[in-house]
Design a binder for this molecule. Structure first.
Ligand SMILES: Cc1ncc(C[n+]2csc(CCOP(=O)(O)OP(=O)(O)O)c2C)c(N)n1
Length: 503
C-alpha cells in the first residue's frame, strides 16, 4: 500500500509538471494526403465542395484524404495543438452577439461585413410553414437556442426529448407512419453514429422510405476551433451523410436563406420520401433563453452544485480508487478540481466523447482490476442515453464498481433542456435495483455523499452499487477545458491503473 502511494505520488508529480502542454514540444505527426480512400476525393473549397456538400440533392459518395493511420489527414497533433495552445477567454454567445450587432451598425455601406443570426422564433415559423409540427431529438450546444425555443413553445405531445439520436429517428418514423407528415429530428453530429442504424435500416428508400428533416449541430466543423473529440466527427460529417445517401446543406444564418433551404428540404422529402439534413454551424442562431421551469426547478436551489458534489466524492474515495467521468461539464469540472488542488489527473479517465458509455468503460476496467474500486461518475442524460448498460453491469456484477449519477434532471452541459429524470416519477435507485444492482442510495448533501461512499467501501460489500446524488443545474461561468490531450490523459491513467501490481 505504501509502495502504491509512493508510486502514485511520483506519477502525480510528473503529471503536474507536464500539466500545461507546451505545443512546441509536441512532435508533429507526419501526414500524408496521398492515400485517398473511397470513390472520389474531396476538397473542402471550390466546386467539389459545392457539388458534394452544399446543395447536393442526389446520392453522392465522397471520401477524405487519410494519413497512414487511416485518420482524416487534418486530424493529428497539429489540430490538437491549435486547440490546446489557446488560453484566450472566449466571450459568451450573448456577448458576441451584442458585439456583432454593434459591428453591423458600423459596417455602413460595407454590407458584406454584416454578420447575420437566425432568430429561433423566425426559423420555427418557417419550419411550421413547410408543414412540420413534430420535434424530437437530443439537445446540442449549437442548437441550444432553437431547442430552448421549441421546449418553451411546442406542447410535450409534439416534442419528445429522446434518450439517444437513434431513438429520436425511430420516434420520428413512428410519427410519420401515424400522420403522413415529415417530422424534425435534432441532434449533435456526435449523435449521427447512434442514428445510422435506423436511418439506413428503417428510413432508407430501399426499406420503408421515411422522410424527416434532420437538424444537425456541426461540432468540429473544419476550420473552426473545437475540442479533440469533435475533430474527426466534424471532418467526416458531410461524407457520412453522403455515404448514407442523405442530401444536405449548411443552414444559412439569414432568414431568406434558411427559408430557401427549408423549401429545398420540403421538395426533396415530398419527391423522394426520404430524410434531408441541414448542418448547423456554430452561432447560427441568435440567443434565446429557455423560460420553462421543470419540476426540479422548484426544489433545486437548495441542492448542491455538481462541482461541489464531485469534490466531495474525490475527497472521500481513497488514493488508489479509479474514477471515470461522463461527457460534458462533469469531466471538465473534475479536471479543474484536480488542477486547483494541485493533484495529477492520472486517477481520472475523462469520457470526453461517446456520451452514455462512461459506465461501460468503467465496467471493462472493473472486471480486469478486481482489487481496485472504480467509481463511474455519470449524468442523468448520459445514463438514459444508453440505459441498457445498467442491465449488463448488473448481470456482470462487478463488486468493485460504484455507479454514481449526478442527477440535475437536465442536459445541463448543452443548454439545460430537461431529461426524463426531471420527472419526479423517475427513480434511479429503483431502476438500479430492478436491473440487479446490489445496493442503491440517494444523497443530497456532502454528509450523505460521504456516508454513501463509506457504505459501499465496507469489507465484504457486494456490487455493483448505485449512488444517486441530487444536484442543481448550472456551472461556474469561468469553467475551463482540459489542457492535456486525451492521449496524455490515457497514458497517465493507464500507468495509474497498472501500478497497482495485482489484478
Ligand atoms: C451522442 C451524443 N449526443 C449528444 C451529445 C451532446 N451532449 C454533450 S453533454 C450532453 C448532456 C449530458 O447530460 P447529462 O448526462 O445529464 O449531464 P449534465 O450535462 O446535466 O451534467 C449532451 C446532450 C454528445 N456529446 N454525444
Amino acid at each position: 500500500m505504501l509502495a502504491f502511494k509512493a508510486a502514485s505520488q511520483a506519477l502525480a508529480r510528473t503529471c503536474r509538471a507536464t500539466s500545461f502542454w507546451n505545443s512546441s514540444r509536441a512532435a508533429p505527426q507526419t501526414l500524408s494526403s496521398s492515400s485517398v480512400v473511397g470513390l472520389a476525393s474531396f476538397s473542402r473549397t471550390g466546386t467539389n465542395a459545392r457539388k458534394h456538400g452544399l446543395m447536393a440533392t442526389e446520392r453522392a459518395s465522397v471520401s477524405f484524404p487519410r494519413n497512414s493511420a487511416g485518420l482524416p489527414c487534418t486530424f493529428g497533433y497539429r489540430s490538437v495543438t491549435n486547440y490546446y495552445s489557446t488560453t484566450a477567454k472566449i466571450p459568451s454567445h450573448e456577448q458576441q452577439y451584442q458585439e456583432q450587432k454593434r459591428r453591423n451598425e458600423d459596417a455602413g455601406v460595407l454590407t458584406e461585413l454584416v454578420r447575420d443570426f437566425l432568430e429561433p422564433s423566425a426559423f420555427y415559423k418557417a419550419v411550421k410553414e413547410i408543414g412540420i409540427d413534430f420535434y424530437t431529438g437530443v439537445p446540442d450546444s449549437l442548437l441550444k437556442d432553437f431547442c430552448a425555443f421549441v421546449t418553451d413553445h411546442v406542447p410535450s405531445s409534439h416534442h419528445i426529448i429522446a434518450p439517444n439520436e437513434g431513438a429520436a429517428v425511430a420516434v420520428a418514423a413512428g410519427y410519420h407512419l401515424a400522420s403522413s407528415k415529415a417530422p424534425l429530428v435534432y441532434m449533435q453530429n456526435s449523435g449521427l453514429g447512434n442514428a445510422v442504424n435506423p436511418l439506413v435500416s428503417l428510413c432508407a428508400p430501399e426499406v420503408y422510405s421515411i422522410p424527416m428533416l434532420l437538424l444537425i449541430g456541426w461540432r468540429g466543423e473544419p476550420g473552426k476551433r473545437d475540442e479533440p473529440q469533435h475533430l474527426v466527427q466534424g471532418q467526416v460529417t458531410p461524407g457520412l451523410l453522403a455515404a448514407l445517401g442523405i442530401p444536405f446543406q449548411p443552414l444559412p444564418d439569414y432568414f431568406e436563406g434558411a427559408q430557401q433551404a427549408l423549401y429545398t428540404a420540403k421538395k426533396h422529402m415530398e419527391r423522394t420520401l426520404t430524410p434531408y439534413a441541414l448542418l448547423v454551424k456554430r452561432q447560427t442562431f441568435a440567443p434565446y433563453k429557455m423560460q420553462k421551469l421543470t419540476v426540479l426547478d422548484e426544489v433545486e436551489h437548495s441542492r448542491m452544485q455538481r462541482e461541489d458534489a464531485i469534490e466531495t466524492v474525490i475527497n472521500t474515495v481513497s488514493d488508489r480508487d479509479i474514477i471515470v467521468g461522463t461527457t460534458g461539464m462533469l469531466s471538465r469540472e473534475l479536471f479543474e478540481l484536480r488542477k486547483m488542488r494541485e493533484e495529477g489527473h492520472e486517477r481520472d479517465f475523462l469520457t470526453v466523447g461517446c456520451m452514455g458509455h462512461a459506465t461501460s468503460i468503467a465496467l471493462g476496467i472493473a472486471i480486469r482490476k478486481p482489487t481496485r474500486r472504480i467509481f463511474a461518475l455519470d449524468g442523468d442524460g448520459a445514463l438514459i442515453m444508453h440505459m441498457g448498460s445498467m442491465a449488463t453491469i448488473a448481470q456482470t456484477s462487478p463488486p468493485n464498481l460504484t455507479h454514481i449519477v449526478l442527477n440535475n434532471g437536465a442536459h445541463d452541459s448543452v443548454g439545460g433542456q430537461p431529461s426524463a429524470a426531471s420527472k419526479d416519477t423517475f427513480s434511479i435507485p429503483e431502476l438500479a435495483i430492478a436491473a440487479g444492482y446490489r445496493s442503491a442510495q440517494v444523497a443530497t448533501n456532502a454528509e450523505e455523499i460521504m456516508q454513501a461512499i463509506k457504505n459501499v467501501q465496507l469489507p465484504g460489500e457486494k456490487g455493483p452499487n448505485m449512488i444517486e446524488i441530487k444536484i442543481r443545474r448550472g456551472s461556474r461561468k469561468n469553467l475551463g477545458r482540459p489542457t492535456r490531450t486525451p492521449v496524455q490523459n490515457k497514458m497517465d491513467f493507464m500507468h495509474f491503473v497498472a501500478i497497482n501490481g495485482s489484478g
